[in-house]
Design a protein around this ligand. Sequence first.
Ligand code: FE2
Length: 380
Amino acid sequence: MTQSLRLAEKGLFVPLNDGETYFNYHWLRDACPTAIDPQTRERVFDISSLESGPVAAAAQIDGDTLVIDWAHEAHQTRLPLAQLQDFADHGRKPDPADLPRKLWYSDGYDSFRRVRQADVTGTDEGRAALSRALVEDGVALVTDMENSDESLTRLVNSLGPVTPSAEGDHFEVRLEIAPTNLAFTAGPLEMHTDLPGEETAPGVQFLHCRENTVDGGRSLFLDGAAVAKALREEDPQAFDLLASHDIPFFYRHDGWDYRAHQRVIELDARGNVAGVTLSQHLQDDIDLPQDLLDDYYPALCKFIRMMQQDRFLCRFRLNAGECIVFDNHRIVHGREAFSAESGARHLRGCYTDRGATWSTYRTLAAKGITGERMDRARAA
Ligand SMILES: [Fe+2]
C-alpha cells in the first residue's frame, strides 16, 4: 500500500510523527544510500553534476520507506522513514558519543571513574569505559600504570594517536634549571587549561605520575562546564560576555611564538556549555575594544574567582602509578606549591585529540561495547 506525497518546487512533505515535515530535494538526493560507496564508505555522488538541480517527479511512502523518482535522471531514491524521523527530531544524525555531560563539583574525586591500564590497553570494554568517562565526566583515573617511558604512549594510543605540542610528543613535569613553563617549577600553578596559544589547544590530556614523594603539590581539578553553568545562573551578562568574545593567548620561548584567540566559555550546537579555555600565565594583552573591557574584565575576574571556590574545587594527591586523563577543553587544573627539598615529583604528560577519543567510543558503542559493564562491576 503506497501513499503519494505533496511535492513543492524545491522539496517535498513527508508525514512524520509531528505531521507533514518538509525536506529539501538537494538534501534528499544527497542522502540517497547509493551516494555512498560501500567499499570506501565515502560519498561518490556529486550533486553539483546535476545541471538543473534535483526535482521529484513522484514520491510515495512504501511501507517504512520514502521512495522518490527523480525528474531529470533515471534514478530512484529509497530512504528509511526512521532516518528522516531522526533528523526531524534531532536536527542531526544520531551520535553515540553525544551523551549528556555529567557535571561534577568539589566532591567529584571519589566518583571519578577508575580503570586499570591493562584493561584499557588490553580490552575493548576498558577502552570504552575510559573514552565514555571522558565524554560524560571529562575526567578519569587510570590506575596500575606500568612505570616505564613507553607506558604512557601505549595508554594514549589505545584512544588515539599522540598529538604533539611545542614540547614534542610528550612532556615531563618536574623541576628544571631553566624552565620553559611555570609547571616545571615548584611554585603553585593557578587554574588553567593547557596551551590555548596553539591554533587548536590540545584535546585530551594525560598526566602519568611516575613519582611523587614531596610534601605538598596536591593536584587541583574542577569541571569548567559546572563553573560556567553556575556563572550563567548567577550573572548571565558576565556569562554572555565570556561566551561571545575571543581573547588572545600565546606560548613564547626561544624559537617559539605561538598565538591564538580563544573563547573563554565555549557553547555546543544546542547552546549548552561545552567547555572553557583559561590560562592567565599564557594570556596575552586582551585586544578587545577598551570600552568593552570595562565589562569584560570584571566578568573574567569573577569567573576566575569562582574557580577558587570550595564548591567547585577538588584537591587530591596524584599517586605514583596513576594517570589522570581529562578533556583539556572542559576540565581546569592547577597545583599547590610543593617543597622541592622534600622528595621527588615527576609526571609525564601527553595529549591526543578529542575527535580521536570520541571516534574510539563511537566504533566501540556501534559494537555494543559501552564500558557500562565495567562500571557496574566496579559499583558492585
Ligand atoms: Fe597544565
